[in-house]
Design a protein around this ligand. Sequence first.
Ligand code: ATP
Ligand code: MG
Length: 355
Amino acid sequence: MPFSFISAWKKRRRSNTRDHTDPWIYKPAEYWGIEDQTPQPTKRRHGSSIFTLKEMEESTCSFSDENLLGKGGFGRVYKGTLQSGEVVAIKKMELPPSKKAEGEREFRVEVDILSRLDHPNLVSLIGYCADGKHRFLVYEYMQKGNLQDHLNGSCEKKMDWPSRLKVAIGASRGLAYLHSNSEVGIPIVHRDFKSTNVLLNGNFEAKISDFGLAKLMPEGQEIDVTARVLGTFGYFDPEYTSTGKLTLQSDVYAFGVVLLELLTGRRAIDLNQGPSDRNLVVQVRHILNDRKKLRKVIDPEMARSSYTIESIAMFANLASRCVRVKSRERPSMPECVKELQLIFCTNAKGLGHAF
Ligand SMILES: Nc1ncnc2c1ncn2[C@@H]1O[C@H](COP(=O)(O)OP(=O)(O)OP(=O)(O)O)[C@@H](O)[C@H]1O
Ligand SMILES: [Mg+2]
């Protein structure tokens, strides 16, 4: 197995450790139970720096409310400015004692996996802080926040169809990269792909975040059977839920749900609806290949002049295949990338745009 966590880690420590009294340095190779083999330096845009609690406090004005970007299951996320002047997003782990062990695991997975990956459609991990009991993850700052807010949240101007298609293409490329052998040498299943984990930069380019639940899928062992199903309600692969068998195709299902969110502007789970209408997939699955009915579910807030029905129909057809109950009937992520590129071109041609 082409794994070299220790050598990459030692290299990272040599170049990034500022303080030799750093209280906590974890050993990824031990964590994964994988032996160090040939040295293979990892290419990263950002090295994973190690920060102290003081640096985290200073960069966020002591976690002031003005710097609060959002809150998730792991804790709050703050905007911060490092001493170098770099603007970052800092995720602070705030978990009740009963969830600390789980949080620690997710923290390590995130640092371990993300610090080894380098792709324009994955959020970069700039570093982390593990000072005493405190845990922070430091990411590149994504100016436009998460995709869900742009579709049905606080953002007023809704995205047009070409922007949505570009987001879908970007996210599909990120997932295809994870599913390929990437730098890690083993396919990775994200396991928590959803619209709040698709972040947008100033140019509305999509990057995938949150690798805490990610899992390596060693070759020839494409199925991982777990007693506990992890992920987010509304994005669960039904096959994974019923059998506990995790495959790369579980991400394809979740990707299909995000495609449906892009198409309809609705949430994957809408608690404002009655029990039978809450789940987006259940609500629209049967009409995705019916052009007449399809028109009724297109996001009414999306500029009509930005899409052709032809491209919408192709997109809906792809989404319907991604959310098929049987995982083997779903397309692969590289197939999704190709189809989305074709859909983008079809839309531009139909509107008479040059591309
Ligand atoms: N790198 C970042 N740049 C800018 N904003 C970010 C960044 N990371 C997270 N955020 C913001 O902080 C919010 C909370 O993120 P977090 O990942 O903790 O939770 P979540 O993905 O919304 O939900 P959950 O924890 O249930 O998965 C995000 O929705 C996003 O708006
Ligand atoms: Mg998230």
